[in-house]
Each structure stands twice: as structure tokens, then as C-alpha cells.
Design a protein around this ligand. Sequence first.
Ligand code: MN
Length: 290
Amino acid sequence: MANIPNLLGVHALVWVGGWSNEQATEAIKNSKEAGYGLIEIPALDPKSIDVAHTSKTLKEYGMKGACSLGLSFDADINNEDDEIAKRGEARLMDALTVVEQLGGDYLGGVVFSALGKYPKPTTPKAVENATNALRRLAQAASQRGITVGLEPVNRYETNLINTSQQALDMIANIGEKNVVVHLDVYHMNIEEQDLVSPVLAAGSQLGYVHIGASHRGPLGTGNIDFDSFFGALAKINYTGTITFESFSSAVVSPELSSTLGIWRNLWTDNKSMAKSAREYMEAQIVAAHA
Ligand code: MN
């Protein structure tokens, strides 16, 4: 493998649609064999994860684990209703416990709202609920050595944070050091002016990166200007994790696939696809640092 400054990860949904013990073993083993050092495990339902099995298997394969999630509309900190916000916060705290028990140091994603299309803009009271819940989450995470990442996603998946600048503003309002920007080039390609200025704006506050094609299929296809994006990461000397995300109807998660609108079959051979994605990212990182 190339000598690069970043840990490369892969999202579990490249391999499996659920997280039974058999699926966990398969996903962790495949990630290792495709050359990755980290697997990102969806924690939409944190209590369903058998942490003993997962952490044992991660150790066995010498892999790191990170967790990501989006909240649901009935447990959403980005809501005016204090009860609904409280349920969202409880789910975040459960996810934090899972990360801790897996020996991980990262919880990210759409931790600030439900993952899905909101029927209207957010409100000041909902934003206040979200900000206060995230502050308590960050404080609890800090005690456990865990970083919390806010991932701006496109307008059809949240109404709260669609851009890098909105994430930076939220982090300033939270006021805790262990909250970072988590950029995903797939969403940036929809919402940002370009793929460089948001990276430069985030600078040292960029803490996690998702790489995906414009159609969320194999890397090296689609319309995203990866040269510019990896060039920007090199410019800020980004040394954090870079995780590959790709989704196809070939692997279905009952919870996540429909929310993300994964209707098409963009690949079937996930093993060769994930390996070539890892090689593509390595080549980009090497070229950007040359
Ligand atoms: Mn993402």
C-alpha cells in the first residue's frame, strides 16, 4: 500500500445490509482484505449492535471501527418538541456508548437532525434544541476521548446543515473542541459552490471525510472533480480519516437504503469495487502531495 498520511476506511453498507454477528464478521474481513484500516458501522439503532462480537472481530483483523448515524423523525434533536428532541439525544448517547465499547474514537454523520426530507425549514427553537443536545453529546464524548463529526448533507436529507460553513457555524455555537466538520464530496457536489473553498474554510476543523461518486457508485466514474478535492485536502495538510461510501441496490439495508434513495444497481462485485476505490483514493492522495 502507498505511504499516505491518511487512514482509509470503508462504509459497512458496501458489504452488508445489516449487522448480525455473521454480517459483522463478513464486513470486517472484507474491509481488511480490500486494504482498508477502518470500517464505518451504521449505528442508526445503536442498541442492536453486539459490541462484544464486533470489538472482538475488529481486534482479530487489526481494524479500527467508527460509527455514523442519522436520527429519525420521531427521535430528532432538530425539533421544537422537547420530548422528540430528548429521544434523539438519548439515541446519540447510546451511539456514543457503542463507539466507546468498540474502542473507537469517532461518532459522525447526521447526528444533528433526522436523516430525510423535511417538509419545511427548521426553526429557531429546533436549532436551539439541536445545539444544546450536541453540546451535551460533545461533553460526554470528550470524557471518553471521542470526536463528534457534523456531516453536511444535501437538502433532501436534512434542513439544518447543508454546507461546510453551516457546520462551522454550528460548531462555534456548540463551543466544544472535540466537534469537527465531516465533509462528504457527494453532498458537496450538490450544495457547495465548489469542492475546494469549503475544505479551506474548514481547515484544521476538518476531522473526517467521505469520498463517494456523484451517483454513489464506483469511484472513477461519475462527474466529481476529485483532483480538485484531494488537492484541497493536501493544501490544508489533512491527516484524518478518509472513508469510501458507495451504495447499490445489490446490498440493501432496510433502514438506510430507502432513506438514501438507493434504487439502482450500480455495482454487483463489491470486493473488486472496494479494492479499486481504495487504490483510486491512494493514487489521488499521492498525486496531490507530489
Ligand atoms: Mn457521507
